[in-house]
Design a protein around this ligand. Structure first.
Ligand code: VGL
Ligand code: ZN
Length: 199
């Protein structure tokens, strides 16, 4: 029988209150996520992991501001404040997160010229992270996603999970959103249309 996995997306200091790209209430989900970790056999984590000067940072584009969109060779890209820099405190998992049980940590966004919201494919939609192969080899056929942010890394990961043929659930009570220009409603609609189970 195919196994289930819990994927905890980017529950890192920089996405929690006080962090560089704080998501409102980002830390509130930690107790519930820990509960889900305790009750799930296979736990995987993603970790946003950018080199300094990453192309998704507004600071890398003189004259541009955070939360604006720019055209990258691979398409439109939202610019962000500097965040989750490799090895920094902001890139660490939230201190309350019971992460030690995790079987795998997928780092993403480490290529200087490409951002990566999804745990499966970078924002060029072509470069794989290796997660699909890992899940296939481990016989994992269903995933539940939780974490930050609902409308970016969680949603992109969920949409790609469905495309990989995985039974995909997002626990919205264990996620928090950035909600930029209506992005939460847009991405909830896309997930629902794609067949993601939203609970
Ligand atoms: C994320 C923006 C930039 C996320 C990561 O985890 O949703 N959002 N990097
Ligand atoms: Zn990022």
């Amino acid at each position: 029988m195919a196994a289930d996995a819990l994927i905890v997306v980017d529950l890192q200091n920089d996405f929690c209150p006080g962090g560089a790209l704080a998501v409102a209430g980002g830390d509130e989900i930690v107790p519930l996520v820990n509960d889900l970790i305790r009750h799930t056999e296979h736990v995987l984590l993603t970790q946003d992991w950018h080199p300094a000067g990453h192309s998704s940072f507004a600071s890398s584009h003189p004259g541009r501001q955070a939360f604006e969109s720019i055209d990258m060779p691979y398409g439109p890209q939202t610019l962000w404040p500097d965040h989750c820099i490799q090895g920094s405190k902001g890139a660490d998992f939230h201190t309350g997160l019971a992460w030690s049980k995790a079987e795998l940590v997928i780092r993403k966004g480490f290529r200087p010229g490409i951002d990566s919201y999804s745990a499966f494919f970078e924002n060029d939609r072509l470069t794989p992270t290796g997660l699909a192969g890992y899940l296939r080899e481990r016989g994992i056929g269903a995933v539940t996603l939780v974490g930050l942010a609902t409308d970016f890394c969680v949603a992109y990961s969920a949409l790609d999970a469905v495309k990989q043929g995985l039974a995909t659930t997002v626990r919205l009570d264990a996620c928090r959103a950035i909600n930029l220009n209506g992005s939460l409603d847009t991405m909830i609609g896309k997930m629902r249309d794609a067949g993601v189970t939203l609970i």
